[in-house]
Ligand binder design. Structure first.
Ligand code: GLA
Length: 395
């Protein structure tokens, strides 16, 4: 079923009437339309609408939040997927800056993690196994010999419990999921909670929290694909990128870090000053060959544990700017190298080679097998917390 447009709005209103979560004083949810007038002074809205169902009949939902300046995000409880993120350009016109599908069918059929919440372990664990406290845990291999993004059925493919909320200046949804002991081979019952918040300052924030009842490893992230042109067309090679990292983690032929922290100086990985994504992407550099472009973890420059600027992206034609701040030590910059035009996404857009990029905040890939990397171990009684904020503006 096509879940957008007028029918979705009506269904959203009906769902809202049945759910106190949507009806908050001062919000204007029942009067909203799906296509806000671009420059109008928008009122904040929250809607909750059906988003199809799983083959087993489980009904899914879509939550759409709009802030005071008209920025709007839609997320579903299936995989915590961001299905749409509409952001103003320098003239105030909204454009959807994420890749994905209009309905659940696309996500169920084939999705390279478009917009998804990733767990239990973002990126790769080499040879699909790790040893913790003397016990070796075997995981499903779903990426050659490796485990990628939590395995065959990672957090991107589970139905999350969802609680929408609205507070002064911000609104969003709290996703919770209990991953049973042994799910996808990982030890311990993991209680995961991820809060998506859209603020009136055009920030989209992700707060991750997890606890376990047995020693385990955890590394949660968000896998949105961005194209700041906002019209679903063209590649991302002209986007201008800055990454706050002096070092990155080179990879072997299976995209597993070698363990080295290499300097970016004098290489195509030096984004300490602004450069286009495309300027050096086809350079004759062994690491670009290994990744088929950029698909690497950057070691963020930081002192202390707080939020630091990880990256800034500018799209010169529309003037859209995105900044990423995080508490994480690493950032996976993926330039959409596996997109090959075989996916037809929203509004019939063909997702050709490098038409979207990801900036996934994370602990380093394969940390469970790399004792020298910052630890991803979580033990009973400890709390895993992580925060990432994507901030949108224009220039
Ligand atoms: C991550 C990985 C990439 C690729 C994408 C999904 O960014 O690092 O190699 O697997 O996810 O296609």
């Amino acid at each position: 079923m096509h879940t957008r447009g007028f029918s979705a709005t009506v269904l959203g209103v009906l769902a809202c009437l049945l759910s106190s979560a949507c009806s908050k004083p001062g919000s204007n949810d029942t009067a909203s339309s799906d296509t806000p007038s671009p420059t109008a002074e928008a009122s904040t809205t929250m809607t909750r609408s059906p988003f199809g169902s799983l083959p087993d009949g489980t009904a899914l939902e879509l939550y759409t939040f709009r802030n005071a300046s008209g920025m709007e995000v839609s997320v579903t409880n299936y995989g915590g997927i961001i299905t749409s993120l509409k952001v103003p350009d320098r003239n105030g016109a909204l454009g959807d800056v994420t890749l994905g599908y209009e309905s659940i069918d696309g996500y169920l059929k084939s999705s390279p993690y478009f917009g998804a919440l990733i767990g239990r372990y973002g990126n790769r664990i080499g040879n699909a196994q790790f040893t913790l406290d003397g016990t070796t845990y075997k995981l499903p291999a779903n990426d050659g010999p490796n485990t990628l993004h939590g395995g065959v059925k990672g957090f991107d493919k589970v139905v999350w419990n969802a609680e929408p909320f609205e507070r002064e200046g911000e609104r969003g949804v709290v996703f919770t999921y209990t991953s049973p002991d042994g799910e996808e081979g990982f030890p311990g019952t993991l209680q995961a909670r991820v809060t998506y918040t859209l603020t009136d300052n055009n920030e989209l924030a992700f707060d991750y929290h997890a606890t376990t009842d047995k020693p385990t490893v955890v590394n949660l992230t968000q896998h949105a694909y961005f194209n700041l042109a906002g019209d679903g067309s063209g590649d991302i090679l002209g986007h201008e990128l800055t990454i706050n990292a002096d070092r990155y983690t080179p990879v072997d032929k299976n995209l597993i870090p070698t363990g080295e922290l290499a300097s970016v100086a004098g290489t195509p990985f030096d984004f300490r000053t602004k450069n286009t994504i495309g300027a050096r992407i086809n350079d004759d550099h062994p690491q670009l060959k290994a990744g088929g472009g950029y698909d690497h973890n950057f070691v963020l420059n930081r002192s202390g544990d707080g939020l630091v600027l990880a990256a800034r992206v500018e799209e010169p034609k529309t003037g859209r700017v995105m900044e990423v701040h995080t508490t994480e030590p690493g950032l996976q910059f993926y330039s959409g190298n596996f997109l090959d035009g075989s996916i037809i996404g929203k509004q019939g857009h063909v997702y050709a080679h490098r038409t979207g990029f990801c900036l996934e905040t994370q602990h380093f890939p394969d940390s469970p097998n790399k004792p020298s990397f910052p630890s991803t171990t979580l033990r009973p009684g400890e709390e895993y917390t992580s925060r990432t904020v994507y901030t949108f503006s224009t220039m």
